[in-house]
Design a protein around this ligand. Sequence first.
Ligand SMILES: [Zn+2]
Ligand SMILES: [Zn+2]
Length: 160
Amino acid sequence: MSETTAAISLRPTTATSKWAGSSCPKCDKAIGAGEGAVLCPQCFTPHHANCWRENGNSCAKDGAGARILEPRGRAGAPAAAAPDAPAQASVPASAPAPVAAVAVPAADAPLVELANPWKSARVVQGPNESEVFRRSVMSIVTLLAFWGFAVLVAALLGVV
Ligand SMILES: [Zn+2]
Ligand SMILES: [Zn+2]
């Protein structure tokens, strides 16, 4: 009963469980299949989950204390019904996965459409006048630059 912060998980006992058939140190009876069991965190001795609770949430052998973690987060209630509850615990966890997988491609489709570069490219190409104007301006600027360069070279060479 030294510490109460440690936590141990409630395990369902099956015929193949390592502790199946071993005797509980609290009640000296065998732990059978279908009964909730816990393992002491210190000496790993299996107990009936109910015997662990009746012993003040501690080991009947060495007194190590630990809180039992309920498999489905139901606090308190399964104390009496513990042997049957854990058997169903694994069933609901795997069910909802396929639904989410189907929804993903549909959500991605509009994003791909928006990201398509050819769509916006066509829109920009539409008004040709601005493109022509831009090209003529560029041509004039280029010609002026060449003319200025030629004049500069001529002046430097003393031709003019
Ligand atoms: Zn017991
Ligand atoms: Zn122990």
